[in-house]
Design a protein around this ligand. Structure first.
Ligand SMILES: *[C@@H]1O[C@H](CO)[C@@H](O)[C@H](O)[C@H]1NC(C)=O
Ligand SMILES: *[C@@H]1O[C@H](CO)[C@@H](O)[C@H](O)[C@H]1NC(C)=O
Ligand SMILES: *[C@@H]1O[C@H](CO)[C@@H](O)[C@H](O)[C@H]1NC(C)=O
Length: 548
């Protein structure tokens, strides 16, 4: 009795405060796009000689030893990344008492700010096992936090809102947003499109500095030329690479210390192992989008009812509600904070995370009929780099042979190889590498359980912003004397049970010969033409290849 009176009073208060949008939001139309264009003059006439970069008087500049933290850190003390980059303000979930109770930012799938993934093999860390040392790395590294594309959910929702506000007067039906939604009355769309955000730049340069600190000692084995790194021409890929290199070598020096190859990323017929969908595209590719939609129609029903109860003359659809979760993540990694995040409960954030698992699983990994074919080219290049055998490149794939057969653009004499790419390509590569512990089918009516004993695809762990797959080459002495490889994804060592010839090993080690042999078999078995150009049925699969 008392409670309902109290609620009624609150409701009255709220409704007297909430004015129609056209009266309250005088300066802006809710949902409209806003952006800053700061009018810095490109030539202000100031005398450049006052600001010359190349000046003397730098003081002493001796360099120290190349750091080798991967070798020198004490066992058990690996520097895992546990928090998002400092400028991210962690939001509180709607039903959490504090931000510490539940870390919303770690549940954003491909929009998760970079952090280390939880360990899978309990005895293994990225530090080499006893009596082993790391003598080379092959890395594929994702770009940092970016804006959504202009056609993605967030912009779609903003346009819908803007349109509704503009037409409300004609319809004589004033839109009102009450209670938790009041902020929407003067919310505008503030995001750019597709390029890195400032936080995304930090993720890359932090990662560059971390790789230098862990693996810098490997540089002294690259003697014949400056180390060569690879990325694509796309703005966020290019900028991710140069931010990383600035972190790795220093902003002032990186161009004196490294070469950067940019493989063309463009619609058309450009072969590119770092963006294979340019030449391997079929309608059947995107199975995950359907799975995601089925799932959010399930887990967001309560949120839909709740939000619509706080809106007058505006109908949220289930697609809109999912878009609001996307907006939370994108605004946070672009602007540092988002009011949308606290609209959702802990369970709704767990649901959102799983939606990203379904998307990546079905679009880019074991659920996609194209995944293995798309990852093939990079795996061939990996085999070439590990074995030195040029025959690794022969099979037809997305390789640009002009670049791949040239030591100036794909060298095999480097102890450090780092390529920059997209989340979907990292997912393709893990599928081609046959990491079958990630292949567990995912239902769309409940969250598939996950534990070190029951592994599956978890996007937040595998392809967050700045994610990296490191294939370590190791040399071991003593009982297990010999050459080895293993795969470390965002600081978690993975079992290699899907690579034929690799034995169970608590450190994730596989002997070099078995690893190389396993890769050869993997490459042989991919039907590139069948998957990319064949008559592929549009359906969900289980092994990353078409099922005829
Ligand atoms: C291969 O790369 C070169 C150098 O960027 C480019 O000129 C050529 O068009 C590319 N070829 C294909 C098929 O992508
Ligand atoms: C590009 O890829 C296609 C398809 O695999 C292949 O036939 C062609 O030779 C490649 N071109 C170059 C320059 O690598
Ligand atoms: C992938 O792994 C599965 C077992 O997990 C195995 O049966 C299959 O032969 C592997 N495929 C290749 C190409 O190695």
């Amino acid at each position: 009795m008392k409670t309902s009176v109290l609620l009624a009073v609150i409701a009255t208060l709220a409704s007297t405060q909430a004015k129609p949008l056209n009266e309250r939001a005088t300066a802006v139309v809710a949902g409209s796009a806003t952006s800053d264009s700061i009018p810095w003059p490109t030539d202000d006439g100031y005398d450049e000689s006052l600001y010359r970069l190349d000046q003397g008087h730098r003081g002493p500049t001796p360099t120290g030893i190349e750091p080798a933290a991967i070798q020198t850190a004490p066992a058990g003390y690996y520097p895992y990344v546990k928090e998002p980059s400092a400028p991210v303000v962690k939001p509180r979930a709607r039903d959490a008492k504090s931000v510490d109770e539940f870390d919303v930012t770690s549940h954003w799938g491909v929009l998760t700010p970079y952090r280390s993934a939880p360990a899978i093999l309990k005895d293994a860390s990225p530090l080499p096992p006893p009596q082993c040392s790391v003598n080379g790395i092959n890395v594929v590294h994702r770009h940092g936090a970016r804006y959504p594309t202009a056609s993605a959910n967030p912009a779609k929702f903003a346009s819908k809102l803007e349109e509704a506000v503009k037409t409300q007067q004609d319809a004589n039906a004033a839109i009102q947003f009450n209670d938790e939604l009041e902020f929407l009355a003067d919310w505008t769309y503030k995001l750019g499109s597709a390029i890195l955000t400032p936080i995304g730049r930090t993720e890359e340069s932090d990662s560059g500095s971390a790789f230098r600190t862990k693996y810098g000692y490997l540089l002294k084995d690259i003697k014949a030329h400056k180390p060569i790194f690879r990325t694509t021409t796309q703005d966020r890929m290019f900028n991710s690479a140069i931010e990383f290199l600035a972190g790795f070598f220093g902003v002032e020096n990186w161009q004196d210390r490294a070469h950067l190859v940019q493989i063309i990323e463009e619609e058309g017929h450009f072969n590119n192992t770092l963006n294979p969908s340019q030449t391997c595209e079929q309608e059947a590719a995107d199975q995950g989008d359907k799975l995601k939609e089925e799932w959010y129609n399930h887990y967001l029903q309560d949120a839909l009812t709740r939000l619509n109860a706080q809106a007058v003359n505006f109908d949220f659809t289930i697609d809109d509600v999912y878009a609001l979760q996307d907006i939370c993540a994108y605004e946070t990694v672009a602007l540092g904070y988002s009011e949308f995040c606290s609209l959702f409960t802990k369970d709704e954030w767990r649901g959102y995370e799983y939606a990203a698992d379904l998307t990546n699983y079905g679009d880019d990994s074991f659920g996609s009929p194209l995944a293995r074919a798309r990852g093939l080219g990079w795996v061939q290049e990996l085999l070439y780099r590990l074995s030195g055998q040029v025959s690794a490149l022969e099979k037809q794939s997305t390789i640009n042979t002009t670049l791949a057969y040239d030591q100036h653009t794909l060298p095999i004499d480097q102890t450090i190889n780092i390529d920059f790419s997209h989340d979907v390509v990292l997912a393709n590569i893990l599928t081609t590498l046959n990491l079958t512990h990630l292949a567990t089918p995912l239902p769309t009516d409940a969250i598939q359980s996950y534990s070190p004993e029951h592994l599956r695809w978890v996007t937040s762990n595998l392809t967050p912003f700045g994610s990296n797959i490191v294939i370590q080459s190791l040399e071991c002495a003593g009982e297990q004397s010999g050459q080895y490889n293993r795969i470390v994804i965002n600081d978690a060592v993975h079992p290699l049970t899907g690579i034929n010839g690799c034995e169970d090993n608590k450190y994730g080690l596989c002997s070099r010969d078995a690893f190389v042999g396993g890769l050869q078999q993997i490459i042989q078995e991919v039907d590139f033409n069948g998957a990319c150009y064949g008559d592929v049925e549009n359906k969900l699969v289980a092994h990353g290849v078409p099922e005829w």
